[in-house]
Design a protein around this ligand. Sequence first.
Ligand code: 0GY
Length: 301
Amino acid sequence: MTPGWLAFHPDPSKPRFRLPPGAVDAHCHVFGPGARFPYAPERKYTPCDASRDQLFALRDRLGVSRNVIVQATCHGSDNRALVDALQHAGGKARGVATVKRGVTDAELAAMHAAGVRGTRFNFVRRLVDFTPKDELMEIAQRIAPLGWHVVVYFEAVDLPELWDFFTALPTTVVVDHMGRPDVRKSIDGSEFELFVKMLREHPNIWSKVSCPERLSVSGPPALHGERNAYRDVVPFARRIVETFPDRVLWGTDWPHPNLKDHMPDDGLLVDFVPHIAITPELQRKLLVDNPMRLYWPEETL
Ligand code: 0GY
């Protein structure tokens, strides 16, 4: 594991907020185990192992019903750990893979059969080397006929440069972690407004309102026992949930790669939800209806 980085919380608290039946954790990962599913040679960090069985145990502890497992950069475009997790989830997990331009139709079909429903394009410089946009567009065109979507991860300052590419994608586009706003800046400032404008003008673009623990400056609760964590992220996430209630997803981001300062208690991340989706209807859309429509459409017809 990369020195100085933390392992996931060994004993997350039981959330106070009761998730609605059928709730989906739509952003989480599996890492390795490295001895069985080696990490990619080109990776920028080495995580702690975080197995599918540990993910499924967390799911049950938090009261989540299903997972969407997202390929992380430390596994590159080798999706074997992801596919293995999907195949052992009893239908309760779907996935987002990372594919390269040379991927074959047979490989795509095999991933689809395992439960993959999207591909991820990562633009966070500390995590990946640059992939040319024409190559990514070609991949998007390959996966579109399968009904897959594209998940994009980037930093807010890079949105102006990425705007034309994102808005030209031929599929549903899901933005990780609200496009990583700088929550020290005004919610009404030009940076966050550009993100809101992108969703307003492009009804195929969705957002995950995840990762308050990464975005927060105020951090976890200072007082032991207080469960109102990451409050500086609340106005940003709440605005997205209330403006685009049918295009938002929530996830834990377990096992939280790359965190150095503190490791979130996953129970607190669940208790964050009623602060950003304040009515039962908004909660049901965020946690159940939207992820089901995107990842298990055959069950929602
Ligand atoms: C996340 C966030 C991070 C890492 C990755 O694929 C990844 O390695 O996404 C991060 O370091 O911000 O969504 O897991």
